[in-house]
Design a protein around this ligand. Structure first.
Ligand code: CO
Length: 512
């Protein structure tokens, strides 16, 4: 009987996709000893957006959360998601920070690190993989799945071979948009199993409703593990349900090895968690719905809602059809980046700019310019020469890996903060999210007293999955509207949400 490992994601991707990552540790602490005995292949419980959100919204030290998870689940492999050279942030960090972060993650309890790069540029994954292995943990090489004329099966297999050479213990297919259909999953998993002698893990989302079929076909093709979320935190923007997949796989004669009684306990535990989310507005029923538009437009569901709210803010909702037609053109011009944070935002904003300006690439956002310069890594296909010329002008694209141009900063920062921040973990929190972490440290120092801002009622829109704009994003808006207009937009959004404009520092971190 073939054994299929089931990795539980409720504590990370499940709550990130449905509850905007807002579950405090205390809310799920009680179920951890039971989860520890279910028999999951692994529990993904850290990384992704959880780190940022702990500091930013929950007044929780993410490192402390990890240590508690470790202590509460001593028999289970704890897994995290890491954005390669971006670590858990949105920009590239120097190698010493990547290594230091991985070292501390393993030291505090992580067993498996799933590592990806938004552009599938393996140079941005190499240092993280190397350090994971050095620390004695397991590195999983994650392929960001997308479809385009250049994203062929052969290319994915080549990438997997390179990752194997780097030492990963397994290959994982990261289908953040849920567009990996059952046939493509069958073909890709078969090709990976044929071409690379490593376990294959499949990670999908239910957005367009393909997830369950995709997992079944992936398993038939030889996948060794699938990632699922406990029923109450499954479906919609999240993963297929653990209980359902375990049931179906057993019917087909696969061994999943989960303790049914305890699985039921876990299942029951998360139901009120979901209901609380629905009642508070944190869980938008729309993210639970099946949305097949992304199959037609070939863009992720999250990105579609992004585009709509962007146009709403610019009072240009009537241009949506044009923007949807423009989006694939921009993606093609930019060399078919997978649509995942941050490239999905980049392509979306540029498509809006092209339509509203009435001329393509008349205005170009800072991020697109950085992307074309090569700061995010190598693009899957070359950027169209005429676009590159228009965007870059006289500046030269970078050759080599962007992080090679970043000097080490850890020891220096640590020295500067000595006396204020005493642990390497705190120093890393500061380096990753400076303003946000410092505010948390202040709060901790004051014995956990709420600041004035914390006392403000957070509106469902602000907390929820709907996209809001940060001040920084308003500033980037100002690359194609004036600063004044950006300020007006921000003020209007804030008024609509019933919060002071300063609170609009939230950015959409539903990226999975
Ligand atoms: Co995901």
């Amino acid at each position: 009987m073939r054994k299929i490992a089931i990795n539980e994601t409720a504590l990370r991707d499940g709550q990130q996709s449905l509850l905007a990552t807002r579950l405090p540790y205390e809310r799920f602490e009680a179920i951890l000893p039971t989860m520890d005995k279910v028999g999951y292949g692994a529990v993904e419980c850290w990384g992704g957006a959880t780190f940022d959100v702990c500091l930013r919204f929950l007044n929780e030290d993410p490192w402390e959360r990890l240590r508690k998870l470790r202590a509460a689940m001593p028999h289970t492999k704890l897994k995290m998601l890491l954005r390669g050279q971006n670590i858990l942030g949105y920009k590239h960090y120097p190698d010493d920070i990547v290594r230091e972060f991985v070292r501390c993650a393993v030291k505090n309890g992580i067993d498996i690190i799933r590592i990806f790069d938004a552009l599938n540029d393996v140079r941005n994954m190499e240092v993280a993989i190397d350090e994971t292995l050095k620390q004695g943990a397991e590195a999983v090489g994650d392929i960001s799945y997308t479809t385009s004329p250049v994203h062929t099966r052969e290319r994915y297999v080549e990438m997997a071979k390179t990752l194997k050479k780097m030492g990963v213990g397994a290959i994982s297919i990261k289908d953040m948009a849920g567009i990996l259909d059952p046939k493509a999953a069958y073909d890709l998993v078969s090709a990976l199993k044929d071409g690379v002698d490593l376990p294959v893990i499949v990670h999908t989302h239910c957005t367009p409703g393909l997830g369950y079929m995709t997992y079944l076909k992936a398993v038939e093709a030889g996948a060794d593990a699938i990632e699922t979320a406990s029923a109450a935190l499954s479906g919609g923007a999240s993963q297929p349900a653990t209980e359902t997949m375990a049931y179906v796989l057993e019917q087909f004669g696969y061994e999943v090895g989960l303790d049914k009684e305890r699985l039921q306990e876990v299942s029951s535990f998360f139901k009120p968690v979901r209901d609380e989310g629905l009642a508070s507005g944190l869980l938008d029923p729309l993210v639970l719905a099946t949305d097949t538009d992304c199959l037609n437009y070939q863009i992720p569901g999250g990105m579609l809602s992004n585009l709509i709210s962007q146009l709403k803010m610019l009072k240009a909702e009537d241009r949506l059809a044009e923007v949807l037609l423009e989006t694939p053109h921009v993606r093609e011009d930019l060399g078919y980046p997978p649509l995942v944070t941050p490239t999905s935002q980049m392509v979306g904003v540029q498509a809006v700019q092209n339509v509203l300006a009435g001329e393509r690439y008349k205005r170009v956002g800072k991020e697109v310019a950085a992307y074309v310069r090569g700061e995010y890594g190598q693009t899957p296909a070359p950027v169209k020469p005429e676009i590159a010329e228009k965007v870059l002008g006289d500046t030269k694209p970078i050759e080599g890996r962007f992080a090679d141009s970043l000097p080490p900063i850890f020891e220096q920062t640590k020295k500067e903060l000595a006396g204020t921040l005493d642990t390497d973990e705190d120093v890393l929190s500061h380096i990753l999210f400076p303003g946000v972490a410092d505010k948390f440290f202040e709060w901790r120092k004051n014995g956990g007293k709420a600041t004035e801002e914390d006392k403000l009622p957070a509106s469902p829109q602000l907390q929820g999955a709907a996209v809001a704009y940060t001040i920084e994003e308003a500033k980037s808006l100002s690359s194609y509207v004036s600063e004044e207009t950006a300020a007006v937009i921000m003020t209007a959004v804030a008024a609509e949400m019933g919060v002071p404009v300063e609170m609009l520092r939230f950015r959409d971190i539903r990226e999975a």
